[in-house]
Design a protein around this ligand. Structure first.
Ligand code: ATP
Ligand code: MG
Length: 208
């Protein structure tokens, strides 16, 4: 079996980075070769695009512009990091991937599904995750957590609560459309409890 490609999705503050880190520690302890990465970003160029996307700015950023910038970052990341890792037998844990583009640019910004799917496919060279953890939390809870982290809100985090509710609904819709790929987890319990379920699912699928 080729090395697994596993992604973590959810709204701001849902615990993605925390769970990626915990799964990586677990894999390290078991001696399983893997790469941890994130989107947008993961390469120097893609990190520059991330900065363009996330910095607060006066100028209106149109959904189409946003979509293409995310896809540009992804095209670079997939080809220079994810595909090489997988083909050398290392698993990849990625903090957000193309489902985030569907949740944010399709469900929340309102771009049409055909365009988003087409650009997702183009940017990711046809690569899809083997397993996707979707961490479901109420946007209000996500925001309380982010405030606790003490960093300035980025351009997307600064969107209205209504926007984040649409993102969450989008994720829930996608999860129900592809139940064989998604693992839907309640992200509200403490990190260790969420991680127990992540580990169980990863063990069942990949023997991790
Ligand atoms: N299950 C949890 N319960 C309570 N707090 C949590 C939980 N998971 C993470 N946190 C805390 O909430 C904050 C956000 O967590 P984390 O950075 O993992 O979320 P994220 O989904 O990666 O957010 P972002 O979308 O902003 O990158 C952190 O301060 C983290 O310590
Ligand atoms: Mg994070």
């Amino acid at each position: 079996m080729p090395a697994p490609f596993v992604t973590f999705e959810g709204i701001e503050g849902s615990g993605k980075t925390t769970q990626v880190r915990m799964l990586s520690e677990h894999l390290k302890a078991k001696g399983i070769a893997h790469v941890v990465t994130r989107e947008p970003g993961g390469t120097p160029l893609a990190d520059e695009i991330r900065f363009l996307l996330l910095s607060p700015r006066e100028e209106t950023v149109f959904p189409e512009t946003e979509l293409l910038l995310y896809e540009a970052a992804r095209a670079q990341h997939v080809r220079s990091v994810i595909l090489p890792a997988l083909s050398s037998g290392r698993a990849v844990l990625c903090d957000r991937f193309f489902d985030a583009t569907s949740a944010y640019q399709e469900f929340a910004r309102g771009l049409d599904r055909e365009s988003v799917d087409r650009f997702n496919l183009f940017a990711s060279a046809g690569l899809a995750p083997n397993l996707t953890f979707y961490l479901d939390v109420d946007p209000e809870e996500g925001f309380i957590r982010l405030r606790g982290r003490g960093t300035r809100p980025d351009r997307i985090e600064s969107e209205k609560m209504e926007f984040h509710r649409k993102v969450r609904q989008g994720y829930l819709t996608m999860t129900s459309r592809a139940p064989e790929r998604f693992i839907l987890l309640n992200g509200a319990p403490p990190p260790n409890e969420v991680f127990r379920l992540v580990r169980e699912a990863a063990e069942a699928r990949f023997g991790w």
